[in-house]
Design a protein around this ligand. Structure first.
Ligand code: NAP
Length: 334
């Protein structure tokens, strides 16, 4: 196949202005791998990225999409640990919303046969972020109480599952009864309404000692409420602002309760930082991927929660993510 179908961003604007086009195949450079994309994850950052407001700006025109699973079509001559035909998942700089994608070998991970590729597409960035934030950054310990916001969303549902896997007692927050039920099915022991006014009282009634770790991909009022839910010495992970409001941190509360607020940016580990550090971090990221895959293979963890859409219905898929309707990770089937 000399050309293939994919979504193209030709100018900075609204995500609905993306266009489905025939795209030309380009030659591989050293260290690269060409994939047949079978599934691609839809991320919340898409709207910022195509508006030119994200922390990184790809050169126009470009195809968005950073998290995929599929098979390897071709590897560059210097890539010796991967081979055509292998089932893999990958974290990309961009280019995932297309039938073919080119990716650096450092962020391509083999997928065991028993793991469906549709589920694997929710692992490289979504589960990677959660594993790294809880393990490397917050150092979550068995028996600790973990409060997870947006617990039926992509990161949040993974945080419920991985928090449980790490031995924590997980308390979820979500905005609807259906979302709270989804969080309970994934292993949360309690699911509370995502209401910043009600949450601190409800949480402290059930957990008087407070949360040890908070995983917050939502920000806004829920971040403020987290400061009140936090126990002495708690660690608060700020990983995203799906609510649209970036919270401010009152330092006096940190002092009184011995709290640590921890920022976490997974992009730093997969080559999206100011300096490209993907090679340096590749062994550590690979270990995290192996741990998550092993948990799915052994049944210690359910496969990631996903909602699937056919590629031609990409507008509905993106809209479900942006309008807060989606449960789990939204996946495009190519
Ligand atoms: N730091 C990192 O390395 C990293 C990595 C990946 C993603 N992120 C960021 O993390 C955030 C969450 O990503 P995600 O993939 O988990 O998104 P998602 O699947 O859309 O989930 C976000 C959750 O936020 C809640 N929410 C509250 N107000 C919302 C609003 N106005 N619109 C949409 N959702 C709202 C929703 O839960 P309720 O309805 O239950 O309130 C929703 O389920 C995004 O900002 C994303 O860019 C950060």
């Amino acid at each position: 196949m000399e050309d293939f179908e994919g979504l193209l961003c030709t100018h900075w604007g609204h995500w609905s202005e993306l266009e489905m086009r025939r795209l030309p195949r380009v030659a591989l450079q050293a260290g690269q791998v060409r994939l047949r994309v079978r599934h691609a994850g839809v991320g919340h950052a898409l709207s910022l990225l195509v508006a030119g407001k994200y922390q990184r700006k790809p050169p126009l025109p470009f195809t968005p999409g950073t998290e995929v699973a599929g098979e390897i079509i071709e590897v560059a001559p210097d890539v010796d640990h991967l081979a055509p035909g292998q089932r893999v998942m990958a974290a990309l700089d961009w280019g995932g919303y297309a039938e073919e994608a080119v990716v650096t070998a450092a962020t391509v991970y083999p997928v065991p046969d028993v793991v469906a590729l549709a589920h694997a597409a929710a692992l490289p960035i979504t589960s990677g972020t959660v594993w790294a934030a809880l393990s490397w950054r917050a150092r979550l310990e068995p028996g600790e109480t973990l409060l997870v916001h947006g617990a039926a969303g992509a990161l949040g549902s993974a945080a419920v599952q991985i928090g449980r896997l790490m031995g924590a007692r997980v308390v979820a927050t979500a905005s609807t009864a259906a979302k709270r039920e989804a969080a309970l099915r994934l292993g949360a022991e309690q699911a509370l309404p995502a209401d910043g006014q009600i949450l601190p009282g409800a949480f402290k009634d059930a957990y008087p000692a407070g949360a040890d770790v908070v995983f917050d991909p939502v920000g806004g009022d829920l971040f403020d409420a987290s400061l009140r839910c936090a126990g002495q010495g708690a660690r608060l992970l700020t990983v995203g602002y799906a609510s649209g409001r970036i919270p401010q941190v009152p330092a006096n509360i940190l002092l009184v309760k011995n709290l640590s607020v921890m920022g976490f940016n997974y992009g730093q580990y997969i080559g999206w930082g100011l300096h490209d550090e993907r090679q340096r971090h590749a062994p550590r990221v690979r270990e995290a991927m192996d741990a998550v895959l092993a948990a799915v293979v052994t049944g210690a963890m359910l496969p990631p929660a996903i909602t699937q859409y056919r590629f031609e219905h990409w507008r509905e898929a993106v809209d479900a993510t942006m309008s807060r309707r989606a449960i789990g990770k939204v996946i495009l089937d190519l």
